[in-house]
Design a protein around this ligand. Structure first.
Ligand code: RP5
Length: 168
């Protein structure tokens, strides 16, 4: 099967953050591709990637970048596909990547995730794909049921042990 989600990032140094998206897609059995596509260092590649993404079969793009993060927004401007931005945040960064993603001009939507929120970006991509895929939709429902049950189990454990023993 060919990739339906494109995971792109401005640098291979973003991979530790962006690989969380790949892991989630693996869990849901969604096909994806992973590329380094820099808005600043390889703008020609970014442009080509964005313009051909839909015709190559991609349905959603997850784009991560840090610092002066232009990749998510510029990708959104050159494709008709939904683009999910992941602002990559390091300790020596302020929130510039987040700001650059949430300040998009009217007409060019960009769904911006929390800083380093690649896992949630993938879950959102799965939800988008699940709109037209019944078996994937069932997996999303099952995922939420498991999440619910895990919290119930933790709460029961906490109540039976008491908080001090639970923490200890
Ligand atoms: C951004 O600059 C990248 O997305 C990365 O987060 C940051 C640093 O890139 P490298 O210098 O590590 O390649 O464009």
């Amino acid at each position: 099967m060919s990739a339906v989600v494109g995971i792109i990032m401005g640098s291979d140094s973003d991979l530790d953050v962006m690989s969380e998206a790949a892991k989630v897609l693996d869990d849901f059995g969604v096909e994806y591709e992973v590329r380094v596509v820099s808005a600043h260092r390889t703008p020609d590649v970014m442009s080509e990637y964005s313009k051909t993404a839909a015709s190559r079969g991609l349905k959603v793009i997850i784009a991560g970048a840090g610092g002066s993060a232009h990749l998510p927004g510029m990708t959104a401007s050159e494709t008709s596909l939904p683009v999910l931005a992941v602002p990559v945040k390091r300790d020596h960064h302020d929130h510039e990547a987040l700001w650059s993603s949430i300040k998009m001009p009217p007409g060019i939507p960009l769904a911006t995730m929390p800083e380093n929120g690649a896992g949630n970006a993938a879950l959102q991509a799965v939800r988008i794909l699940a709109l037209s895929d019944e078996s994937l939709s069932q997996k999303v429902i099952d995922f939420h049921a498991a999440l619910h049950d895990s919290v119930i189990a933790k709460d029961q454990d906490l109540r039976s042990k008491g908080w001090k023993n639970y923490v200890g």
